[in-house]
Design a binder for this molecule. Structure first.
Ligand code: ATP
Ligand code: MG
Length: 586
């Protein structure tokens, strides 16, 4: 369910788009809460690269701050020294900047608040609501109970505040082994909410922290740090994904029991549904597995749903933002079709991208009545959607390459491309009529298509008003250059790869054909000048770019960011042909 309602914006200031989060914020503002301030934050753990799911949280937090004249912080929730690295801290900032969002003020770190958090923990001990517990992690887990049965009190639960304070200070001073004891909140071991069953606040861990180094050997748990870090920063609206819903009572308990500055805004947590996309996974742990086990070439593999992957794939920040701000905010988990993301890029690039001709699976086409050494330059529109994009000259000669799938030895009904006796238009060039074809004597495979052209049809229009049904693209064999072109398909072969049957593995759903490399693609000469990071439309094939990682001067590698909406694919299927990947009809 989508809670978004589109309403007309009367005064032109408030966003025209409402959802339950914006409605809540507007109520708070109307009631004068938080002194009319709106403060949000994006709080990543620096333990991996951002994926498009994080993008949703980023877009939401930054957009809300912008729309209500508020502030949005970037805070690294760096409570786990074992998994966190500066590399991720840098990469996450770069990805957020690339998306086009700017955080307010300095980058924040939960680790900057370790001392305050420690002081608050001592405060809980003094109030008799936190204790040092000597149970092992295993015992703690066993005594926690289950959703259907209550937990058991720890035998250390009734230590006095004095004893607890002394023990906690000794924990900090490094007098105990890793894992020897923990600090726990004293809440309720029978609570139906497992998060309230005396959660651990601190554990002993001798691990070097990426920012605090060896200053600490006790580290706060994420739950103990998260809500209070929001409070320290003056966050008014803590927006987080639904899995934190049943942590909210715990966060509220913490805020009720610590000594917040009088008058400081108390963060209000609101949960929204995570973004899920079909045919991929949006979970760092699973993505890391794909990288570590070598199923993709890295976090920036163009098939990855990471921000880096999308960027390398050719996605523009504007297209990604259009998608993120358009999917809306809902309270219930749902899955967005990958097509919605792809369409954001298609729709944008249809307006922006220049057109070029590229033959991905070439077969020779010889124009028998064209002069042996003839050569001419034909004018081609760079972008029919944009007059200002101008035209370019495309070389034409007697021997061309066309797509193998644009020729059939015998044409089925409704097949409007080349076949013996059929006439088609060569885009921007001439009408040609197929006169025959040559086959390899050994394999029987067609190696060359023969045709004649009508010189009266230069530019692609016949003088006598004769119509042809098909238009195909081509490149001049003599002028084209050869380069590898990579085509991508979904990383997973099923829409919901996380639905793994009992005993199965997510990776069973990997799509073995997610990458196809065409080594022998023939590209029109203008593509030699393509700047890295620029998308062009290969006519009938989709939007392509230079691969920024694997290209080198003189040896470009191209790949497809997204296919065109593929009307031919359906027709192709109806005709019972092999999928040709030749893209949509012009
Ligand atoms: P993952 O589950 O992929 O490991 P995470 O939630 O552990 O992600 P964090 O670094 O803790 O990653 O996430 C930072 C913020 O991004 C959190 O507020 C989290 O709620 C939000 N977030 C993460 N994944 C999604 C998603 N798929 N959709 C919306 N928000 C998300
Ligand atoms: Mg997390």
């Amino acid at each position: 369910m989508n809670d978004r309602q589109d309403t007309t914006d009367a005064d032109g200031e408030r966003p025209a788009r409402r959802d339950f989060i914006r409605s809540m914020i507007e109520e708070d503002l109307a009631a004068g809460r938080n002194g009319g301030v709106v403060q949000t934050r994006f709080p990543p753990e620096p333990n991996g690269y951002l994926h498009i799911g994080h993008g949703k949280a980023i877009a939401l937090n930054f957009a809300i701050a912008r729309e209500y004249g508020g502030r949005c912080n970037l805070r690294f929730d760096d409570t786990n020294p074992a998994a966190e690295e500066d590399e991720f801290v840098e990469a996450i900032q770069e990805d957020i900047r690339w998306l086009g969002y700017r955080w307010d003020g300095e980058v924040r770190f939960t680790s900057s608040y370790f001392e305050t958090l420690y002081r608050w923990a001592e405060g809980l001990i003094r109030k008799g609501v936190a204790y040092v517990c000597d149970l092992s992690p295993e015992e703690t887990r066993q005594m926690r109970g289950t959703i259907t049965s209550p937990g058991q009190n720890s035998p250390y639960r009734d230590r006095t505040p004095e004893e607890n304070l002394e023990l906690f200070r000794r924990m900090r001073a490094g007098e105990f082994e890793d894992g020897a004891c923990t600090l726990r909140a004293k809440i309720d071991m029978a609570s139906p909410n497992l998060n309230l069953r005396d959660p651990v606040l601190y554990r002993i861990l001798r691990a070097r922290h990426h920012r605090t180094g060896d200053a600490w050997c006790i580290y706060p748990m994420y739950d103990w740090a998260h809500g209070q870090s929001d409070a320290i920063e003056g966050v008014t609206h803590s927006l987080c994904s639904l899995e934190f819903e049943n942590h909210r009572p715990l966060y509220d308990w913490f805020l009720d029991h610590i000594d917040l500055e009088p008058g400081a805004p108390r963060p209000r947590q609101t949960e929204f549904a995570r973004l899920n996309l079909t045919y991929t996974v949006l979970a760092k742990r699973q993505l890391r597995r794909l990288v570590e086990e070598g199923h993709v070439s890295g976090w920036d593999d163009p098939r990855m749903p990471t921000i880096r992957g999308l960027r390398r794939r050719g996605y523009t920040p504007t297209a990604v933002r259009t998608f993120l701000e358009g999917v809306g905010v809902a309270k219930f988990n749902s899955t967005v079709d990958m097509v919605v993301l792809e369409n954001a890029l298609r729709e944008e690039q249809n307006r922006l991208a220049e057109r070029r001709m590229a033959v991905l699976r070439p077969i020779e086409l010889v124009i028998e009545n064209y002069p042996e050494d003839g050569e001419e330059f034909l004018e081609a529109h760079n972008n029919p959607e944009d007059e200002g994009a101008g035209t370019r000259e495309v070389p034409f000669s007697r021997t061309l390459f066309i797509e193998r799938s644009d020729f059939r030895e015998s044409a089925p009904r409704k097949y409007h491309r080349l076949a013996p006796g059929k006439e088609v238009r060569l885009r921007y060039a001439y009408y040609v009529t197929c006169t025959g074809f040559d086959t390899d004597p050994e394999t029987g495979e067609v190696v060359r298509v023969r045709c004649t052209y009508d010189p009266e049809t230069r530019g692609g229009d016949s003088a006598d008003g004769r119509k042809v049904r098909g238009t195909i693209h081509w490149v001049s064999a003599r002028h084209a250059f050869t380069a590898p072109v990579r085509l991508y398909d979904h990383l997973f072969s099923v829409p919901n790869p996380m639905d793994v049957p009992e005993g199965g593995d997510l990776l069973d759903h990997l799509n073995p054909a997610s990458l196809e490399v065409l080594e022998n693609a023939k590209l029109e000469p203008a593509l030699r000048e393509l700047a890295p990071g620029t998308l062009v439309q290969f006519e009938r094939h989709g939007y392509f770019c230079l691969d920024t990682v694997d290209s080198s001067p003189g040896s470009p590698v191209f790949h497809r960011a997204v296919a065109l909406r593929d009307s031919w694919a359906k027709l192709e299927k109806k005709l019972g042909a092999k999928p040709s990947g030749s893209g949509g009809a012009p």
